[in-house]
Design a protein around this ligand. Structure first.
Ligand SMILES: Nc1nc2c(c(=O)[nH]1)N[C@H]1C(S)=C(S)[C@@H](COP(=O)(O)OP(=O)(O)OC[C@H]3O[C@@H](n4cnc5c(=O)[nH]c(N)nc54)[C@H](O)[C@@H]3O)O[C@H]1N2
Ligand SMILES: Nc1nc2c(c(=O)[nH]1)N[C@H]1C(S)=C(S)[C@@H](COP(=O)(O)OP(=O)(O)OC[C@H]3O[C@@H](n4cnc5c(=O)[nH]c(N)nc54)[C@H](O)[C@@H]3O)O[C@H]1N2
Ligand SMILES: [Mo]
Length: 765
């Protein structure tokens, strides 16, 4: 047995076994009944580590802004840390001096480490806010549409609605019918942003099923519920859920099954909204037959479902996929309207739930315990802020105005980009378009452990450590976890903390940035701050010795009993919602004032820019689901096991229904080409009848690997997706709205090059 050290990650806690400075085994944590396989990636030393600070040749030799079309193509020159830090800080000073802080984009979205000390983007924000600021972002790629709209109709932040949500322990006892839009994929619940505790979702689902809860999966994939329980599947054309929800409300209205008492007492705007549903206000009754032609679901099935929901204790759950789509805001609002009509909100096991099946901590039944982080100074008040997924427009369209959530702004002229802990060349939509916009800034700096598609497209790359190479501390819903250094970092990689402290030095800010502490000292400081708020916690040394701390008030499965909006239901006068009316708003005067055609003042069905049976489907007959990968976290460790072992014909697997495959002459294991107007990629065919006939599924995260025509050889779906905001309200990403065609790839099959290290040259004297 080698040395055992503890580690926390976004996908759960582990025990790392190492010998002679090598990881020899990754063990599930002693408390974790269902550890995620994703952590096995830590077993593998990688050829793709960035070993030394590296600078793109033309940038180094000719200066900023030179031959930016060569980003990702030309070789790097390795330099010393001193030189790299001087180049980066000198350039930052030049940009600040010549153009001001708005010309720097450092929004730096991404799922870097889950540790509280080595949180790469937080450290970057800390330093750059001390230096003068930068253009920043609002929202997430995960849930911007929900984050924007939920406060208008529930009067609370989206994340507090999740924290206050109904817990599994209540569902297990009370819910008869758990209706999920967007599934409850077990693999998605292996992950929680900021740290997953021990994994229990699967156990909860099984025990709820045993207690009589029926699970209904409404979505394009049968295996969106895959934990071995007997669940029902209702296929639906992707992007049409709102039509189904409205039709269910229509059925309840015409059957006089709406809970009138509930809508009168707890809902603002029911009358105006219901006139829209019946068609009184726009001439279009949102009937079951109307919805049938949009969703592909039989009208009788819709009628029966509405009545069944009203007769049983029904919980309506929304995943996140349904809002990562064109007009994604509406799915959350319309589902809540349906729950209002059913009148079970605030009753145990009934009502509305967000987003079970998207993360593992959902249903844990308590607001996450705060684990202090290194403080981030407030954002300078005049810093521009854009919706996170409008990043490509930002760098491409300086001076252009944009609307977002009631405000109008102007994109500043971005001269420099600095990214720590994210991979935009995985996560952004329409990557070919991003690749050309990426040529505009004069300088791009990336902090990365690996030669990812983003690192290869940078001018200056700072090599960073990974979690097993440093000490840290992290939280989850039921545990506090020690992250302990198991092995030494390779090459000259440094912690993000140390890298940014070096940059701070060039601004005479080292002392202010570090507060005179090493990163290890911060670990203890943060633990001691946690102890101030949690006086039951043991001394730091005892915590380190144990490797974790279980929160005492949580049961083993990590759940307290709680019912979403129970207090509002029981006493709306004394517990009003934070909306202007104090009620659930199905008509919002605040949204009305924005006069957005793409987000009117009540829940509506709006045609997405493309859908099966709608716009675009004459040319592109298949809907692409680019969901989350089960074998990795986004694009992380795509180059090693377990992700590399999941590839088919050396590329990302795409699932195709056998009928769709047969019609195209595709057999299992073929290399296929997915394409549309926006781009194309190769993938390895897997025939599977767990999908709707007109749906193909290619998970996100294969490393972007364009050939000279922009065709991604590795299979990243974001060469196909459309880069468009959900609406002017959220301006969130709409990656799940995407039509494609698929064909067998004929000709010489090209090699995937994304997993080769880049080329290096020595400096010309
Ligand atoms: N088509 C489509 N696209 C999508 C989605 C979709 O459903 N469909 N989903 C979207 C969603 S929900 C999200 S959240 C995004 C995710 O997008 P990202 O969060 O950008 O994806 P990751 O692959 O997790 O990128 C994290 C990067 O941080 C690096 N990293 C890890 N640890 C450290 C560290 O300690 N220091 C530093 N400096 N770097 C580190 C990793 O190597 C990796 O390159 O993707 C979005 N894109
Ligand atoms: N293993 C693993 N788990 C993860 C992640 C990961 O990278 N790996 N990423 C995490 C992150 S950052 C996030 S934000 C969450 C995302 O959580 P979600 O957004 O909920 O997850 P997705 O995987 O994008 O989609 C889940 C399912 O929704 C269905 N779906 C897609 N479009 C529609 C639609 O229009 N209607 C209906 N009814 N269903 C639809 C698809 O069949 C898909 O499998 O997952 C988290 N969990
Ligand atoms: Mo996400």
């Amino acid at each position: 047995m080698g040395k055992i050290t503890s580690l926390g990650t976004h996908f759960g806690p582990y025990l790392i076994e190492s010998e002679n400075n090598e990881v020899v085994a990754v063990h599930g944590h002693e408390l974790d009944p269902n550890p995620s396989q994703i952590g096995q990636a830590y077993l593998h030393r990688s050829e793709l580590r960035v070993l030394k600070p590296s600078v793109r040749r033309s940038w180094l030799e000719q200066g900023p802004g030179e031959r930016t079309d060569q980003r990702g193509k030309e070789p790097f020159v390795e330099v010393t840390w001193d030189e790299a830090v001087n180049l980066a800080s000198g350039e930052l000073k030049r940009i600040y001096g010549s153009f001001g802080p708005d010309a720097l984009f450092a929004g730096s979205y991404g799922w870097g480490s889950s540790g509280r000390v080595h949180a790469p983007s937080a450290l970057l924000f800390r330093l750059l806010r001390m230096c003068g600021g930068y253009t920043d972002v609002w929202g997430t790629y995960s849930s911007s549409a929900a984050e924007a709209i939920v406060p208008y109709f529930l009067g609370m932040r989206y994340h507090s609605a999740i924290g206050r949500g109904t817990s599994w322990s209540v569902i297990e006892k009370h819910t008869d019918l758990f209706v999920s839009f967007g599934g409850l994929r077990r693999s998605n619940t292996e992950v929680t942003y900021g740290g997953q505790g021990t994994h229990h979702t699967e156990d909860w689902m099984k025990s709820a099923a045993q207690n009589g809860t029926e699970f209904l999966n409404i979505g394009p994939l049968r295996d969106d519920i895959d934990v071995g329980i007997q669940s029902r599947w209702q296929p639906i054309k992707p992007g049409t859920d709102v039509a189904l929800m409205l039709a269910c409300i229509y059925v309840l209205i015409t059957n006089e099954s709406v809970d009138q008492e509930f809508v009168e007492k707890y809902v603002h705007g029911w009358d105006r909204f219901s006139r829209y549903v019946t068609g009184e206000s726009d001439g279009v009754p949102k009937s079951a037959s109307w919805a049938s032609s949009i969703t592909g679901i039989d009208a009788l099935v819709i009628e029966n479902l509405a009545i069944e929901m009203s007769r049983r204790r029904t919980l309506i759950n929304l995943g996140l996929s349904v809002q990562r789509a064109d007009h994604g805001e509406q799915s959350y609002w319309a589902a809540t309207a349906l729950a209002c009509a059913l009148g079970q909100i605030g009753r145990p096991g009934g009502g509305i739930a967000f987003p079970f099946g998207a993360q593992g901590n959902v249903g844990a039944g308590q607001v996450r315990k705060r684990v202090p982080g290194i403080p981030i100074p407030p954002r300078p008040s005049n810093s521009p802020v854009i919706s996170v997924s409008r990043f490509r427009e930002l760098i491409d369209q300086p001076g252009e105005t944009f609307n977002c959530n009631g405000e109008t702004g102007e994109f500043p002229d971005i001269k420099m980009v600095w990214w720590a802990g994210g991979n935009p060349f995985h996560h952004h939509q329409n990557l070919s378009q991003l690749a050309s916009a990426w040529q505009r800034p004069q300088t791009i700096i990336v902090q990365e452990p690996f030669w990812t598609p983003t690192a290869r497209r940078a001018d200056i790359v700072f090599p960073t450590t990974i979690p097993i190479e440093r000490n840290d501390i992290g939280g989850a819903e039921n545990l506090l976890i020690s992250h302990a250094r198991a092995v030494d970092p390779p090459g000259e990689a440094l912690d993000d903390y140390e890298i940014l402290a070096k940059v701070a030095e060039r601004f005479d800010l080292r002392e202010k940035f570090t507060e005179g502490r090493t990163a290890d000292e911060w670990v203890k400081v943060l633990y001691d701050l946690f102890r101030v708020e949690n006086d039951w916690a043991p001394k730091f040394e005892d915590f380190l010795e144990a490797g974790y701390l279980r929160y005492p008030e949580m049961s083993d499965m990590g759940v307290n009993e709680q019912v979403f909006l129970e207090e509002f239901r029981s006493d709306p006068r004394n517990n009003p919602l934070g909306t202007p009316s104090g009620k659930i708003e199905l008509w919002s005067e605040q949204i009305a004032a924005f006069e957005y055609e793409d987000c009117p003042p009540h829940p509506v069905w709006l045609e997405p820019y493309e859908r099966l049976g709608g716009a675009g489907s004459d040319r592109w007959p298949l809907h692409l689901i680019s969901n989350q990968p089960s074998v990795r976290l986004h694009s992380q460790y795509d180059h090693t096991q377990p992700s590399s072992g999941s590839k088919v014909a050396g590329r990302e697997p795409v699932r195709i229904h056998p009928d769709a495959a047969e019609a195209r002459g595709i057999v299992d294991g073929d290399v296929v080409r997915l394409f549309n107007d926006r781009g194309s990629c190769l993938a390895g065919a897997v025939l599977d009848n767990a999908l709707m006939h007109e749906v193909v599924q290619l998970s996100t995260g294969a490393w972007y690997d364009p050939d000279s025509n922009g065709m991604c050889r590795a299979g990243n779906p974001n060469v196909l997706t459309f880069d468009k905001g959900t609406s002017q309200l959220a301006q969130g990403p709409s990656s799940h709205t995407c039509l494609v065609e698929v064909e067998r790839f004929e000709g010489v099959i090209p090699r995937v090059e994304a997993y080769d290290p880049p080329e290096f040259v020595t400096r010309q004297q």
